[in-house]
Design a protein. Structure first.
Lengths: 506, 401
């Protein structure tokens, strides 16, 4: 016992305090650990600081300190008048701002553009915030209703008929084309070597065309009757609403369960009626503004939003086609996707501008903007197809098999089980594609459409504002706009990715 | 009584059904017929419309125009070309210009991309922020915007040739482009090139031999002094014996412009600058992701085996990172080649600009010209993806072994 007591040692007095450990947090800590901890690092820090000094300082000087903020024309931005080396010439942007945003859109009608922008923001923001409810309704409004409303707001004009007339017109066009093809074969059969075969096929096609003609005869007759009445739009609307609602009611399960489908259908048609009435589409609508007057940010946004809205369905269809086991559909989808992904966008735009008009009937002219939109939709659709395919591949087979075990059809399995999960997986990739689409919209300026970049380039040639700093000012302004949109989208995609991977974080 | 295994029912009908219609069976066959009918109808419409439209607009069809005289000049040609050459030659000239700007762009983009990636991975806080700012800024601005910025703002703001900026008195930058000394071959050129080629081949043979010795017998042979000697010594010896291989002709300012030297047109400078800095931002992200994808345990394992930091990086980390880096890197190279078609916006005479632009507006034969242009790009990208799938197959084989 005493042995232990003698060998044990218990300190009786306090030690003097040691100095606090070196701070590794905060600004001082950062400097110690990441900036000046070794000779190499000190050298690298100096290099970095020099790089920043020679880029940031001149930029700030150009944009703020040396900038001219007010003036009437180029004289305000010349060094001899301002008295110093002039940086950015902001009055030039001020003078050109309407052109950079609306192009040559008539000044009295610009409220329509503003209203469209407001509508887009109101519909888009609730869709992007994950916490807000009613995503389905919101997506439906943004992807289906908004493009139609925006078209009539921006372009103007009214409608002459509704569902019945349109269907009748379309079917008639289709039928005429079939009969024409048959007759072309018949005339060919008079000279060809395989005449009997061509004769049989041609007659068969003409027969089919005639049969279709009599099948759709009630519809065309109804359309002709409607055009005779004074209130063709509203009568047509009422008939379409009645037919579609009846079909929805029957398909929805009749008296037992069809009530819900019927109610949502009626609500949709009432909403359509309100829109038609509000915008006066039944008697001419708003004054028409031709698309060659559109320009600036308006065209950039129209092209990118249309590209986003149209490329997604194309991409989903192609992705499903590429995964299909039916040989022809699979081969077609692969060829289609690889073709559009293999060529540069600019050749696609040339294709849409110069080649597409040759492929359409002679009396059928397509607007220059619409041509570019078709090209961009096909191009982006192929890229979106690869994104969606990635999502589809990430869904375990068990999901589809479980759905099959429950007795769901292929369509129900795909639309209710597989696609919703797959699309949620690939939201970040889709947003990244939209960023590159937004950047690529600047290419339409090469095919004579004046988007933001095209309007900017056009404004450089104005002698009223030609100064040494005009080009730099214009690029600074457009660059800030492009950067804000793209950076915002990329941050959003990061946010969604973070949210989707929340379960994987530790 | 023995029970024998029953023969399986004949599978031929089922197999045929599977081949013809996929999982959907006869329904699939019906869908295919409907789909083929629609495709046939669309192509019939396209052909008949195109024929009618061409007839109405009096446009010739076919590729006969390729033998006609082009009648316009191109301001940068790699092969001899005059206005009286054919459209086929215009096509080749444009294609070569596209390839030149792509190759130069790829070299610079790779260099800048690796430097920026190293900056972003550097332990130095400030330098990694600088790299991040570069990547974010460049990636979020459209490429066409950057091309126009370099061409319309930066290059146009440069002084005229008389006041051009001199780089050490041998190269001059002005708003008319970049003037550099042009090499002129001398008597000693052929032996020099022959010795250089010999040196390269000998170095490759040496490397092959050293690797075989290492892998089969475990002998480590130090070859780098010999390689250096072969690569530099042989050409140097040739130069001593036969005289200088080439001399440089320096550009001289005469009057309002430069005489002598080689002029690089400003369009080329702007396009190369924009393409390489833009693609470099994407390459930097790819390289960074590739290096980060190698588990940090690999580095520690290398250190515990007694390898130096450099050897660990060279022998362990980089080979594994390359496997991740190479496929997307090739994709970026392909993107750069496709993006070089934006040259049409500033008038650099690439394939799209001289063929799908000028030639199209002269002949009006949109279908043939655009099909040829698209076909060439498609061919390039299909070849690249074929090469990449061979590479992927080799990598997966080496991983499996």
């Amino acid at each position: 016992m005493s042995d232990i007591a003698s060998s044990s040692f218990v300190r009786r007095d306090l030690l003097t305090e040691r100095p606090a450990p070196v701070k590794t947090t905060g600004f001082v800590g950062l400097m110690r650990t990441r900036l000046f901890n070794s000779p190499t690092n000190i050298l690298l820090t100096i290099v970095g600081a020099l790089l920043l000094w020679f880029t940031i300082v001149p930029s700030v000087r150009f944009l703020m300190v040396d900038a001219v903020w007010s003036g009437k024309d180029r004289t305000a931005c010349l060094a001899e008048n301002a008295g110093f080396a002039v940086g950015a010439c902001w009055p030039y942007i001020q003078a050109k701002l309407p052109q950079l945003i609306y192009g040559f859109y008539p000044e009295a009608e610009r409220w329509r553009v503003n209203l469209t922008f407001v509508l887009a923001v109101v519909l888009l923001v609730p869709m992007l915030v994950p916490r807000l409810p009613a995503k389905g309704l919101n997506a439906g409004l943004f992807f289906l209703a908004f493009p139609v409303v925006a078209f009539f707001l921006l372009h103007g004009g009214g409608i002459k008929g509704f569902g019945v007339s349109w269907t009748a017109d379309l079917l008639q066009l289709f039928d005429e084309s079939i009969i024409n093809a048959g007759q072309a074969l018949l005339t060919l059969s008079k000279t060809s070597a395989v005449a009997p075969l061509l004769w049989i096929v041609g007659n068969f096609i003409v027969l089919v065309g005639t049969a279709i003609y009599w099948l759709i005869f009630p519809l065309t007759w109804l359309r002709d009757q409607l055009l005779g009445t004074g209130q063709s739009v509203w009568t047509d609307f009422a008939i379409t609403a009645a037919i579609v609602s009846l079909i929805a009611f029957v398909l929805g399960g009749g008296v037992r369960t069809g009530g819900r489908a019927l109610a949502s259908n009626v609500a949709t048609f009432i909403a359509i009626a309100v829109v038609i009435k509000l915008m006066g589409l039944d008697h001419g609508g708003l004054p028409v503004v031709a698309t060659n007057l559109w320009g600036g940010l308006l065209v950039t946004l129209v092209v990118s939003v249309t590209g986003i809205v149209t490329s997604l369905p194309i991409g989903i269809a192609l992705a499903l086609g590429r995964r299909s086991t039916i040989p022809l559909i699979r081969i077609f989808s692969i060829a289609f996707i690889e073709f559009w992904r293999g060529v540069p966008l600019i050749t696609v735009l040339f294709f849409a501008t110069y080649m597409l008009p040759l492929f359409l009937p002679g009396n059928f002219t397509v607007d220059g903007l619409v041509r570019a939109l078709i090209g961009i939709a096909l191009f982006t659709g192929a890229y979106q197809a690869e994104n969606v395919r990635g999502g589809l591949a990430a869904i375990p087979r068990g999901q589809g098999e479980a759905a099959a075990a429950l007795g769901l059809s292929w369509w129900k399995t795909t639309s209710l089980i597989v696609l919703p999960q797959a699309l949620r997986h690939v939201i970040p990739n889709l947003v990244n594609s939209f960023i590159s689409l937004f950047k690529d919209t600047s290419l339409v300026s090469i095919v004579a459409l004046f988007d933001l970049l095209g309007s900017l380039r056009a404004s450089f040639s104005d002698p009223k504002w030609s100064t040494p700093s005009t080009a730099f000012t214009g690029f600074a302004f457009a660059g800030i706009i492009y950067f804000l949109f793209c950076f915002g989208m990329s941050r959003y995609s990061l946010f969604v990715e973070h949210r989707l991977n929340a379960h994987r974080r530790n | 009584m023995s029970t024998e295994a029953r023969k399986p029912p004949p599978q031929i009908a089922l197999k045929i059904r599977r081949i013809l219609g996929g999982k959907a069976g006869w329904n699939g066959v019906a869908v295919q017929f409907a789909f083929a009918a629609i495709l046939g109808w669309i192509s019939y419409e396209i052909v008949s419309n195109a024929r009618a439209n061409l007839e109405n607009q009096h446009i010739a069809a076919g590729f006969g125009f390729l033998r006609n005289n082009a009648g316009f000049d191109v301001n940068q040609t790699l092969i001899s070309y005059t206005g009286s050459d054919t459209f086929l030659r215009v096509f080749v000239v444009g294609l070569l210009n596209t390839l030149v700007v792509s190759v130069v762009g790829i070299v610079f983009a790779t260099l800048i991309g690796f430097i920026v990636a190293l900056c972003r991975l550097s332990p130095n806080w400030l330098l990694s922020r600088v790299g991040e700012i570069y990547v974010e800024l460049i990636r979020n601005l459209p490429l066409l915007f950057q091309i126009l910025f370099w061409y319309l703002a930066v290059l146009a703001a440069l002084p005229n040739p008389r006041q051009s900026i001199s780089l050490f008195g041998i190269a001059f930058i002005s708003n008319r482009g970049l003037v550099v000394p042009s090499p002129i071959g001398e008597r000693g050129l052929e032996p020099f090139l022959a010795m250089l080629a010999l040196g390269i081949v000998a170095a490759l043979v040496l490397r092959f031999y050293a690797r075989r010795a290492l892998f089969q017998e475990g002998r480590m042979i130090r070859i780098w002094p010999y390689v250096l000697g072969l690569l530099f010594g042989l050409p140097l010896a040739a130069m001593l014996v036969f005289g200088l291989p080439f001399t440089f002709e320096l550009p001289q300012l005469k009057g309002f412009n430069f005489a002598g030297g080689a002029r690089i047109i400003p369009e080329f400078v702007a396009l190369t600058l924009a393409l390489s800095t833009y693609t470099a931002a994407f390459i930097a992200e790819i390289v960074r992701a590739g290096i980060l994808s190698v588990h940090s345990g690999q580095m520690e394992a290398g250190a515990s085996l007694g390898l130096s930091r450099g050897a660990t990086l060279r022998l362990i980390v980089v080979p594994q990172a390359m496997r991740v880096i190479v496929p997307p890197l090739t994709n970026q190279y392909l993107n750069l080649t496709k993006n070089s078609s934006l040259a049409v916006a500033i008038g650099y005479p690439d394939l799209v600009s001289v063929f799908a632009g000028t030639s199209l507006s002269q002949t009006g034969q949109a279908i043939e010209i655009i099909a040829m242009t698209m076909g060439i790009y498609l061919l390039i990208s299909l070849l690249t993806s074929a090469v990449m799938s061979v590479y992927g197959w080799r990598v997966s084989r080496s991983l499996g072994a």
